[in-house]
Design a protein around this ligand. Structure first.
Ligand code: AHR
Length: 339
């Protein structure tokens, strides 16, 4: 759902938000980037009046990412007036840079991407700007000082997500001394940086809450499990796992169970995302609390592009709305979850 701020900006600009019903004809290619592991075909159709969008995705590391990719591909369709060129960077910045350069060379109308890490984007973004191709950041931020290098950044407030989960840990579990281990997301990524700092800030005044270890699990279930196995061997007295996403939390649950302990009882797990498997684990009591990160960015991305295409303006930062869930709320929400 669009934030109120963004809805206001569209009204102020006096722009009809949806420019659907454009001609849907012609063909399209992917980024042409063989090193990036591209597999998705662009929308059948396009050409003519279609708005050509090059999208460089981070990878396919998690359930969240799968839902995000589906949302974008289901929305930026030929029927909706788009010619989507989609590439999967397999969690490698060099692949994303290569894909963006390929989109610039192809002369697409817009470039959108979810940056795998925060730093190192200025040069390629300057190339896009020089080619007059507007760039939209989705999901993750860059740390470029020059904000004219992109039109807007749409996505969740990751610092707030970390703060919300930290507040739950501090208020609900931290009424007695607890040892927390942290499974960080991809090193250098905005969600890993922000979820770590938001959490640290929220627990800092509670002396009961001690983070005894913190390592990256790269946002994947497999690496979350491996890191948790190491934690269990090194620390016999873990009370809580804070996983920066559900997938790593689910991997940690596998490690906890393999070690003969009961997740949710012997060791509590809290995580961020709210994907289907995470919500099922929450409904079963294996995860204790989830702060949501909404992956369904496709419709808002389409509205941003059509607004810009019609000569309107958009806010430089559009924050998506996220919820949070305990066990009862997960049971109630699961039947209607889209991902
Ligand atoms: O950038 C969003 C994060 O990336 C999600 O929380 C995580 O699951 C994904 O890999």
């Amino acid at each position: 759902m669009l934030s109120k701020r963004f809805r206001t900006s569209i009204v102020t600009a006096g722009v009809a938000v949806l420019a659907l019903g454009l001609a849907a004809c012609g063909g399209s290619d992917d980024s042409g980037d063989s090193a990036s592991g591209d597999s998705s075909a662009a929308a059948a159709g396009g050409g003519g009046d279609a708005i050509v969008v090059g999208f460089s995705q981070v990878g396919s590391e998690s359930g969240w990412r799968a839902a995000n990719t589906k949302s974008i591909q289901d929305t930026l369709t030929a029927d909706a007036g788009f010619d989507l060129k989609f590439s999967d960077a397999q969690q490698k910045q060099e692949n994303q840079i290569q894909a963006i350069r390929s989109y610039i060379a192809q002369g697409v109308d817009y470039i959108a991407f979810s940056p795998v890490v925060e730093s190192g984007w200025d040069a390629v973004l300057e190339e896009a700007k020089a080619a007059n191709i507007p760039v939209i950041l989705t999901d993750r931020a860059v740390d470029s000082k020059d904000t004219s290098l992109y039109k807007t950044f749409i996505g969740s407030d990751f610092v707030k997500e970390g703060e919300r989960i930290g507040k739950y840990v501090s208020d609900t579990l931290g009424t007695e001394p607890i040892n927390v281990v942290e499974l960080q997301g991809t090193t250098g990524s905005a969600p890993a940086n922000d979820r770590k700092s938001g959490f640290a800030d929220a627990i800092k005044d509670n002396p009961n809450v001690k983070v005894i270890a913190s390592e990256t699990g790269n946002f994947t279930r497999a690496e979350g499990k491996t890191v948790m196995e190491g934690f269990l061997q090194a620390y016999p007295d873990i009370d809580v796992v804070y996983a920066h996403n559900d997938d790593m939390g689910l991997g940690a649950i596998e490690a906890i169970e393999a070690a003969g302990k009961v997740p949710g009882k012997d060791i509590k797990v809290v995580s961020i995302d709210g994907v289907h498997d995470g919500m099922v684990a929450l409904s079963e009591g294996k995860i204790s609390y989830i702060v949501e990160c909404n992956p369904l960015l496709g419709p808002d991305l389409a509205k941003i592009i059509t607004t810009l295409h019609d000569g309107g303006t958009v806010e430089p930062r559009i924050v998506t709305e996220d919820g949070e869930f305990n066990q009862e709320q997960a049971i109630a929400a699961l039947p209607d979850r889209q991902y």
